[in-house]
Ligand binder design. Structure first.
Ligand SMILES: [Zn+2]
Length: 230
């Protein structure tokens, strides 16, 4: 079993040719609308510890969202949705498709556990989200259910003692990168998990050198229970 890491919302950069569209929007770009703060650090740490390939999104999701299908009505944001069709096609072929195709090339070669790394804001619409890590999976795919359960167990038992919720703050089966790959590959060949980290918790833990280690070990142990070695 191969391990693949992805970080779709790693950055809030805008390609030079579209910078005009985002003039004066720096604050919005720095917010969660622009990117998943803290996710790339976790993803890179896991890449190092687990020696797994990592695909990183290079631009803000407000240009095109790599975690939406290219024809999803929300793939483009209010800043890019109105662009001429040929410009949008260019964005898809230069940014979206190459990212997705790299993942497909890896999965097609070998059975793969894909872990897609994200972060979420601690408070949404005045409501505090009461967990530190969300594990998203498709309840219909038994290997995903099992690996999510094991991951929850090992993460919870780690020295971080995070509160963990399954399929929270989003449903694992909504449109996304993992959902697309599930449609392409059988449940044995492809296991797609999204890990969602609370940004407030990540900030607190920033000085904790062991954070990445503990997450990496939890992934390894959860994999081992299913006889995956990576
Ligand atoms: Zn995300």
């Amino acid at each position: 079993m191969n391990l693949l890491l992805t970080c779709e919302h790693a950055r809030n950069l805008i390609p030079k040719e579209f910078s005009k569209l985002f003039k004066g929007k720096q604050k919005l770009l720095s917010s969660h609308r622009g990117w998943d703060a803290g996710a790339l650090e976790i993803a890179r740490g896991l890449k190092r510890k687990l020696k797994a390939p990592l695909l990183e999104g290079n631009y803000s999701r407000l240009v095109i969202d790599l975690n939406r299908s290219e024809n999803h009505r929300k793939a483009f944001s209010e800043f890019t949705a109105h662009l001429p069709e040929d410009t949008k096609e260019k964005i898809i072929s230069k940014i979206h498709r190459p990212f997705r195709q790299k993942a497909e090339a890896i999965v097609s070669k070998q059975n793969t556990l894909h872990i897609s790394i994200h972060s979420f804001v601690p408070i949404l619409d005045d409501k505090k989200r009461n967990c530190e890590i969300g594990i998203l999976y498709d309840p219909k795919r038994l290997l995903e259910v099992e690996i999510a359960k094991q991951l929850k167990f090992y993460l919870k038992a780690s020295a971080l003692h995070p509160r963990i919720r399954l399929n929270y703050p989003y449903r694992g089966s909504s449109d996304g990168h993992t959902t697309k790959l599930r449609k392409m590959y059988s449940p044995k060949k492809y296991i797609g998990i999204e890990l969602e980290f609370n940004q407030g918790w990540l900030k607190e833990l920033k000085k904790n050198k062991h954070l990445i280690n503990l997450i990496a070990i939890s992934i390894q142990r959860a994999g081992n229970t299913l006889k995956f070695n990576f």
